[in-house]
Design a protein around this ligand. Structure first.
Ligand code: GLA
Length: 382
């Protein structure tokens, strides 16, 4: 009799929560859950991985695009809000409203001039999806649009999920079979580390980042113009009217791109409204060029007290102030208005494959692409 009751209870629990896999952090109170997030229009199953640490910070990642879907973080009063743009279902991610929300971006993030590059004497032609350039890896099978293989992992510290994808030779016009993986680990000190690795069987450009849109007052809040930003960058890469770097490296001093001291984003943005970028959409040259992890950006929201610090090994970071957001509807029907969220995409410089003076993005067979980005979440009191 007892066994029967137990069986019914277990069956009921599976019905209610779905067939969920769970794991617990080896070192603390963190938990991780894997569950179904539905199916793509093509019928592929998408899973969601929900990581929660001992402080209650929660990060969820879906296997389509190895995409950060939700970050639930406390403000200075302990009130929780979701601080990234996203959607409630796979259809949302597949729809027109999705401007790379939270995705892993590649094979080459940002722009390649005229969608062309030459490697070892051979010219490659890529999709033009941002006239007249190639943007964020292509149209149909860029890394943000494919379903990755995901699984829960048990890191030494914290909780985590790992995603892998094999991009066949020629996919989106890029040479070489690229085996790529992204590993998210959330620790009890409120750090989310994102480790990217890749190998190839033929030389190919690789530039990977995450395209999370943050509003530290809560995604769907009207603006990010009151956020304060500090970038560890003395220089930037000036670009032409199609946002392709000219090849020059210029000082931020005396320009609206000077974020060496924490500065309110709205203070000078109007000076950029009439440019091709419609606001901030610039690649900053980080002071740290050692390839070791260092602080790159500090974003503060005075209203909520939330702070985000970004550490990276990359030489550059794209600060994009959400100028192309247009009020599309996202999670819980929230509207994502013009400049209501911003991206800080740590990266190699745009169009590096055509710019011999920039640090190279070419991955060769036998070499391993590897980089780690850390998002650290906190609060400040004033
Ligand atoms: C990047 C680009 C922007 C824009 C967004 C996506 O940040 O630099 O110009 O294309 O992605 O909308």
């Amino acid at each position: 009799m007892k066994t029967n009751v137990l069986t019914i209870l277990v069956a009921f629990a599976v019905l209610v929560v779905g067939a969920a896999d769970t794991s617990r952090a080896a070192d603390g109170k963190g938990t991780a859950v894997q569950k179904s997030f539905g199916k793509t229009a093509g019928g592929e199953a998408v899973d969601e991985f929900i990581l929660k640490n001992a402080q209650g910070l929660t990060v969820s990642v879906i296997s389509r695009g190895a995409t950060i879907r939700q970050i639930l973080a406390k403000d200075r009063d302990g009130k929780v809000a979701d601080i990234v743009n996203g959607f409630d279902d796979v259809a949302g991610y597949e729809g027109e409203g999705n401007q790379y929300f939270g995705c892993t971006t590649g094979r080459v993030c940002n722009r390649i001039a005229n969608g062309k590059f030459t490697l070892d004497g051979k010219e490659y032609t890529l999709a033009i999806n941002n006239e007249p350039n190639h943007l964020h890896g292509g149209v149909k099978r860029s890394l943000d649009k494919v379903v990755w293989k995901g699984r829960l992992i048990e890191p030494k510290r914290g909780v985590g999920a790992a995603f892998s994808y094999t991009s066949p030779d020629g996919e989106e016009g890029y040479p070489g079979t690229l085996k790529v993986s992204v590993r998210y680990v959330l620790t009890d000190d409120n750090k989310l580390s994102i480790r990217y690795s890749a190998t190839t069987d033929a030389a190919t450009p690789v530039n990977l980042t995450n395209h999370a849109y943050f509003n530290l007052a809560g995604a769907g809040s009207p603006t990010v113009l009151n956020h304060e930003l500090q970038l560890e960058a003395d220089k930037y890469t000036p670009a032409d009217d199609t946002l392709i770097p000219t090849g020059r490296i210029a000082n931020v001093q005396g320009t609206v791109l000077d974020f060496r001291k924490s500065t309110r984003i709205g203070d000078r943005i109007e000076e950029l409204t009439d440019t091709a970028a419609l606001g901030y959409d610039h690649n900053f040259v980080l002071r740290n060029q050692t390839g070791e992890n260092a602080l790159a950006a500090t974003l503060r929201d005075p209203s909520s007290g939330r702070v985000l610090k970004i550490y990276t090994q990359e030489p550059g970071i794209q600060f994009y102030s959400g100028n192309f957001l247009h009020g599309q509807k996202g999670k819980g029907g929230k509207e994502y208005a013009h400049r209501s969220a911003l991206c800080l995409e740590d990266q190699h410089y745009p169009d590096s494959v055509n710019q011999p003076s920039f640090p190279t993005t070419i991955l060769k067979p036998g070499d391993k692409f590897s980089k780690t980005t850390v998002y650290e979440f906190g609060v400040f009191f004033k």
